[in-house]
Design a protein around this ligand. Structure first.
Ligand code: ZN
Ligand code: ZN
Length: 294
């Protein structure tokens, strides 16, 4: 399996992290996963072919995960030279068929079924399983509202789990047990738990519970990586560990706020995760293979 990280950010605007978007090559097929804003374009930048995928996979219907379905449909219907004439399944949570129909309605003339092409939602409940292009896809309910699901992809040569968005839940660790890689969100810094998103502390606990050998972190907000240090905290260009802060001034002269960089990997390590660890970046490609021959 080969996983392309098209966007490792969230809905919060960031100059370095685009919203959700992933492209998976697995089994004998390809999958566009969570086509958030700009994902179709970034898939082409990554050398992938987003119009000829075997399925689109959607974790939940928040806009940072689905908005590029519309430009994807527009392109797929009208760029016949770049895809076969067929219907492509959109694998998504229960309730998404109605959401998709409503998204499509104002543009029906241009992105409705036609030109030998259509996209049809296959709704998945937690625990459901479906086989596409030699890949078995299994779901689990996440803690995020919007009927959010996580997905596990097994192709016989490797197993990969993607959390979508979620707060802490036991279901993610259960789904990731025995998988080769967990791609998981880590939206917020420690102390921001309980808002339907993970923090380094809660993500580390899930990865440890799952005993997953490799963790790739994604869906990071700017607050996950940079913390505003108020003048009352700022003792002159250094944090408590003696590390330099951006904008820090010499001792005793710190009347302005400064930004402190947070090290996501170090935070996950500090919470006890000992497996291989990658903080995702836009444009990164990750190879996934089972450590044991199956
Ligand atoms: Zn999101
Ligand atoms: Zn969300």
């Amino acid at each position: 399996m080969r996983l392309h990280l098209l966007g490792t950010g969230s809905c919060a605007p960031s100059p370095t992290r685009a919203p959700a978007g992933y492209f998976l090559e697995a089994g004998g097929g390809t999958f566009l996963v969570d086509p958030g804003p700009g994902a179709v374009h970034r898939a082409t930048v990554a050398g992938c072919a987003p119009l000829s995928v075997d399925a689109v996979v959607v974790t939940h219907h928040h806009l940072d995960h689905v908005s590029d379905l519309l430009p994807w449909l527009f392109s797929a219907r009208h760029c016949a030279g770049e895809r076969e004439a067929r219907s492509i399944p959109i694998i998504a949570p229960v309730g998404f068929a109605a959401v998709f129909a409503a998204m499509r309605a104002p543009f029906e003339q241009w992105i409705g079924a036609g030109e030998g092409f259509d996209a049809v939602v296959t709704e998945m409940a937690p625990g459901d399983m479906i086989a596409v292009a030699g890949v078995t896809i299994t779901t689990a309910k996440m803690n995020h509202g919007a009927n959010a699901l996580a997905y596990r992809f097994d192709d016989g040569g490797g197993a990969f789990v993607y959390s979508g968005d979620t707060g802490f839940c036991d279901e993610l660790a259960s789904l990731a047990k025995g998988a080769d890689l967990l791609l998981a969100e880590c939206s917020h810094p420690d102390g921001w738990e309980g808002e339907g998103h993970l923090t380094p502390a809660t993500l580390a606990r899930i990865a440890i519970d799952a005993d997953v050998p490799r963790l790739v972190v994604t869906h990071m907000t700017p607050a996950m990586e940079r913390r505003l240090v108020l003048p009352t905290e700022n003792r002159g260009g250094e944090d408590a560990g003696g590390r330099a802060r951006e904008g820090g001034e010499k001792a005793g002269a710190s009347l302005t706020p400064a930004m402190e960089r947070l090290d996501v990997a170090a935070l996950l390590r500090s919470h006890g995760y000992k497996g291989e660890l990658t903080v995702g970046e836009d444009g990164m490609t990750v190879m996934i293979a089972s450590a044991t021959v199956r």
